[in-house]
Design a protein around this ligand. Structure first.
Ligand code: ADP
Ligand code: ZN
Length: 628
């Protein structure tokens, strides 16, 4: 899962959940380069014409004003399987369109996409245009305004660096699955609406609220909803925009922002990624960063400066509250913290309900089933999922989203774009054994999530994928389950080694091994699941970040460190032995499954289990129990 899931180490548990979702053989391939319509394989124009003659072309999608086409063609040598190929066309070719029409080939012309050539062109124009525009302004100002050019040189003034929305149009109803956060913020809304009610009884109004949570969980949305509910303007800026190359610019931006906000009070000021400015002062490699510190100081001064009840409420968002400067969190500043977590299954259902409002769903669709299939998805991921499904539906010319589109969209959101299948070759066989290795162990080891499907159709970076059905409750995971997962994740490499020999194992297991090591290490250092006893030796993953201390101090001696390493190794070795044994013991069924997989490209979980059951008579899930 090209864990497009941004690595937010703080939320290790959701991260674990997602990690368990599938193992991939990430035989790294070059990413496709044409956005959503990517077809990674190219074909020459000449070849395309030959294909046309041979009636192999099914549909043609023209892009970039007819300079590129994505062609869907059938391959008679591979049972007429559809291939998607990318063709560079020789400029505008009107006769091609006539030809497509007479051959009755489905074709479609797409408007120039935003990320297409036009941007490149604009990109080239932007700088000269800016320069000319800037000179023009400079000239006009210096001629109109008494005081001359001095004023125009006031470049610290940050016009248009923050956005203002008079009405966000977002309401609490649009934010789903984070009820506790909503409840806590309800109070801010009532204050903005009726400040007298609070001031009359002498209550001090909160000035700053810090929303803490991983990306995409709806923090921005929530801040907008507060403004929307209260009917006040919404100012927003991202912390990274404060931090500029020139010393003093950031501070002047802060001043500017607050000036505007006070003029428009009551209002909401939203600062995204506040950790970009708000990191602990004097930290990082080589001491502090002057510019950032000045900006932060200015922010603190502004927050203290306006007396309690000006009606400006600052909402900031971060996923790293731990790196923030303590001064920011003091009373009178961001003294309230509201956690906005990735939604649980109920929350996911609510988010899906919100985003399904404006979509046409076929009656058979169960949002509940989608919520169950998507542990670890954030609100933004879910919104994206439904949107992808809608796009697929339109492409397939259906009038309502069906489960088929949802399934494809989940796959796409989790693992990336689908690529063209490999032709049969030794490496395809190896990938097939690798994936079947994951799947067979997932099926035979007790405590492992069941296989949902195994496929050799590449997606994103992965050349083959084994999907598992996550069980309902992913928040509590037992030791046996983790061991099962480690064994399953090692199944790919184990199969490569047992079948092809030690010398032939590939880099395809790299990703698996990373997850394996991670899980094993966490068992020892965080969850007290080894012979070191129930100790928490690392509060989080011991990553080095530059916000606080350059060297993170470990809480244990070198002797313990050595024991941790030994334990991690012993867990992994043990599981690897098990995995290889299972592969050896089940060679016959594995060979059959691999042949089937190469023939069919995808085997679904039900069929997979049926075939396995033909070869083993021990009841399912009672077969191997990982033990240490
Ligand atoms: P954050 O600021 O936490 O990174 P955003 O608020 O920018 O996340 O979320 C991005 C988009 O994802 C939103 O515009 C919305 O469409 C969707 N989304 C995220 N969380 C939720 C939620 N809890 N309820 C409804 N939609 C959500
Ligand atoms: Zn793998």
């Amino acid at each position: 899962m090209k864990f497009s899931w941004k690595t937010v180490l703080l939320w290790t548990l959701p991260a674990l959940v997602i990690g368990f979702f599938l193992w991939q053989g990430s035989f790294a391939t070059a990413p496709a380069n044409m956005g959503r319509n990517a077809a990674s394989t190219r074909m020459t124009y000449g070849r395309f014409l030959e294909y046309l003659d041979a009636n192999r072309v099914v549909s043609v999608d023209l892009y970039e004003g007819g300079r590129t086409a994505i062609v869907e063609a059938v391959d008679p040598e591979l049972d007429n399987r559809l291939q998607r190929l990318r063709v560079d066309l020789p400029g505008n070719a009107p006769e091609l369109l006539t030809r497509l029409r007479t051959a009755k080939i489905n074709f479609n012309v797409h408007p120039v996409r935003n990320d297409g050539a036009i941007w490149g062109l604009l990109g080239n124009l932007v700088f000269p245009l800016l320069l000319i525009g800037g000179l023009f302004l400079l000239f006009r100002r210096s001629s109109n305004i008494p005081g001359g050019p001095g004023q125009a040189m006031n470049f610290g003034k940050s016009r248009a660096r923050f956005q203002m929305e008079a009405k966000t149009g977002v309401m609490f109803d649009d934010v789903a699955g984070i009820d506790e956060a909503k409840e806590e913020l309800q109070e801010v809304v009532s204050f903005l609406k009726k400040p007298e009610k609070f001031t009359a009884v002498g209550a001090r109004i909160p000035k700053g609220v810090l929303l803490v949570g991983p990306p995409g969980t709806g923090k921005t949305l929530l801040a907008k909803a507060i403004a929307g509910e209260a009917g006040v303007p919404f100012f927003s800026i991202s912390g990274s925009e404060f931090v500029e190359m020139f010393v003093g610019v950031g501070a002047s931006r802060v001043r500017d922002l607050f000036k505007k906000a006070k003029e428009n009070a009551p209002c909401i000021v939203f600062i995204d990624e506040i950790d970009a400015v708000g990191r602990q002062r004097g930290a990082g490699i080589g001491g502090g960063n002057d510019e950032r510190e000045q900006t932060l100081n200015q922010l603190l001064t502004e927050m203290d400066g306006f007396e309690g009840n000006t009606g400006v409420i600052i909402i900031a968002a971060t996923n790293r509250p731990d790196v923030l400067d303590a001064a920011l969190l003091r009373p009178g500043r961001f003294d309230r913290q509201v956690t906005v977590d990735a939604p649980d299954i109920k929350g996911r259902l609510e988010v899906l309900n919100v985003h399904a409002r404006n979509k046409k769903l076929a009656p058979e669709i169960s949002l509940d089933a989608i919520a169950r299939r998507t542990p670890g998805f954030s609100g933004a991921d879910l919104a994206n999922l439904l949107n992808e499904a809608a796009i697929l539906t339109a492409r397939r010319r259906k009038d309502a989203i069906t489960m088929a589109e949802i399934d494809d969209a989940v796959d796409r959101v989790v693992a990336g774009m689908e690529g063209t299948p490999l032709v049969d070759s030794k490496s395809k066989r190896l990938i097939a054994y690798h994936e079947i290795g994951h799947a067979i162990i997932g099926t035979l080891v007790k405590g492992h999530d069941p296989v949902q499907k195994v496929t050799l159709i590449p997606r994103g970076q992965a050349r083959g994928l084994t999907w598992f059905m996550p069980s309902d409750d992913q928040s509590l995971i037992s030791r046996a389950q983790i061991l099962a997962r480690i064994t399953g994740a090692l199944g790919g490499r184990a199969a490569e080694e047992v079948i092809f020999g030690d010398a032939e194992v590939t880099t395809g297991a790299g990703n698996d091994l990373q997850q394996v090591t991670n899980m094993a290490r966490q068992m020892v250092t965080r969850f007290g699941m080894s012979n070191l006893g129930p100790l928490s030796l690392e509060s989080q993953q011991g990553e080095v970040f530059l916000g606080r201390d350059w060297l993170t101090r470990s809480d244990y001696s070198e002797e313990i460190a050595a024991r941790i390493d030994a334990q991690v190794r012993s867990i992994v070795e043990h599981c690897y032995d098990d995995a290889r044994q299972i592969i050896r013991d089940n060679r016959e069924v594995i060979d059959r499954l691999v042949d089937l997989l190469i023939e069919k490209e995808t085997i679904d979980g039900e069929e997979f289990r049926q075939i396995v059951a033909e070869y083993t008579d021990i009841p399912e899930k009672e077969r191997y129990t990982p033990q240490l």
